[in-house]
Design a protein around this ligand. Sequence first.
Ligand code: UFG
Length: 339
Amino acid sequence: MSKCVLVSGGAGYIGSHVTVELVNAGYEVVVADNMSNCDLTCYNGVCSIIGKELPLVKMDFCDISAVQKLFTEYKFDAVIHFAAFKAVGESVDEPLKYYRNNILSFTNLIEVARKKGCNILFSSSATVYGESETLPVTERTPRQQATSPYGNTKQICEDILRDSVKAYEGINGIALRYFNPVGAHPSALIGELPRGVPNNLAPFITQTAIGKRECLSIFGNDYPTEDGTCLRDYIDIVDLAKAHVCAVTRMVEGRMKDGYEVYNIGTGRPVSVLELVKTFEKVSGKPLNYKFAPRRSGDIAAIWADPSLANKELGWKAERSVEQTLAAAWAWEQHLAEK
Ligand code: UFG
C-alpha cells in the first residue's frame, strides 16, 4: 500500500512543486492550507500535471482541534510542514504575527503527529547561518543570531523539532535548509505567485521583463565580490522538491542515522545578482531594464551551500542549470500573462 504524506501549506509555491514530485514517486498526498497567502492556481495546476484531483483540506494549523480532526480522518506516514508566513520585512514590522503563527502551527502539528508516529519534515532556510565567515556553509557551520523574526522562527522551529524527536518515542525529524528557491515546473502550470510587489529577485526579474514592473533595482554594486553584487545559491524549485521526496523516503523507510537530521539544499554554485540578470537576458532574449540602487538593509554579501551531506546521505543532487531554471521561470510568467 502506498505511503501517505500530509503537505501543510501545499497550495503554495514550494508545497505545490513538492506535491507533484511526491505523487510522481508513488506517494498518496493530502494537501492542507488555510489559503491565506495563495489562491487555487497552484493547486489546480498540480491536479492538471498529475491528472487527478487530490484531497485539499482548508484549515489552519494554529487551530489544534482542526489538526486533530485531520489526523483522525487520515493516517499519515509523514508530514512536510510549509504552512508559515515568509516575508522578512513584514516580520520585522509585525513580529508577534510571525511568532504566533509560525511557532503555534508547528507545535500543534508536532503535538498531534507524535502521538500517531508520523515523521516530520520541516522547511527551514539558509537564513539560519546569517553572514558566515567561512563559505560555503556546511551543516556544521554555526548558526548565528537571526536578523529578523522570520529567521528566528526558522531557528526556533528547528530546535523544537530536535527537542521533540529526542523526547518523544517513535518519531523522526528532518530539517531542510533551503538556499534561494527559484524557477517553475517545466509544464508552466505551477510557479511562484507573489502577492503585490515581489521581494525576491527572480519574480522581480520576470515581472520586469513582462512589463508588470518598470525597472529592476539591483541592491548594491559595492559588495566585496567580483562584480560588486551579492552572491547567492539559486536552487531550482523542481530540484528542491525532489530533495523532499528523498528525505521523506529516508524517514519512512527507517534509514535515518539520527532521529533528527539537517541538510543543506543548494547547488554549491554561487551566482551574482548581475550574473542572474545577464543569464535571464540570454535565455529570454529580452533586454532587462535595470539600475543599480543602494544596498538593501539586512542583505548579506554572499552565501552558498556545501550540499555534499545531502548528496551523500539523501542521494540527492541539484541537476538543473541556471539557464533551465530561468527559462522555466520565464515560461511561467508568460503563462500567467496569457491567462
Ligand atoms: N535583489 C535585488 N533586487 C530586488 C530583489 C533582490 O537586487 O529587487 C537582490 C538582493 O539584494 C539579494 C539577491 O537579490 O542580493 C537575492 O535576494 P532575494 O530577496 O531573492 O533573496 P534573499 O537571499 O534576500 O532571501 C533569501 C530567502 C528568504 C530568507 C533570506 C534570508 O528568500 O526567505 O534569504 O537571508 F529569509
